[in-house]
Design a protein around this ligand. Structure first.
Ligand code: SF4
Length: 105
């Protein structure tokens, strides 16, 4: 995920997502319906475009960060992103437990 840190006029920091990766996306100019197929319809065409997309990693991180529930993002379906979120959450919990165990020694 690309994040831009900027400071407002009153000196308060704000964080914005850098969406520059979208300029190199394979899906620019492509019918968005391909990436939001009807339930049960094929995702093959969208995933094929994603497979060679230079923005794939950033796109996937964006979708995970924003909790995108619909469509193909970064070559993943909703179900695949849910699975990734569960795996990452489990990894975070494991790291936190390991960190606490380390501090307790
Ligand atoms: S990975 Fe797929 S959805 Fe994401 S920007 Fe690339 S082509 Fe578009």
């Amino acid at each position: 995920m690309h994040v831009i840190e900027t400071v407002t006029g009153d000196g308060l920091p704000i964080t914005q997502l850098d969406l520059g990766w979208q300029t190199t996306a394979n899906c620019v100019g492509i019918d968005p319906d391909i990436f939001f197929p009807e339930r049960g319809a094929s995702t093959r065409e969208a995933k094929a475009l994603c497979a060679s997309c230079k923005a794939r990693a950033a796109c996937l991180e964006y979708a995970l960060e924003k909790g995108e529930k619909f469509g193909i993002w970064g070559g993943t379906s909703e179900r695949e992103r849910r699975r990734l979120r569960r795996i990452r959450a489990a990894e975070r919990r494991a790291r936190e437990i390991a960190r606490r165990d380390c501090l307790a020694v």
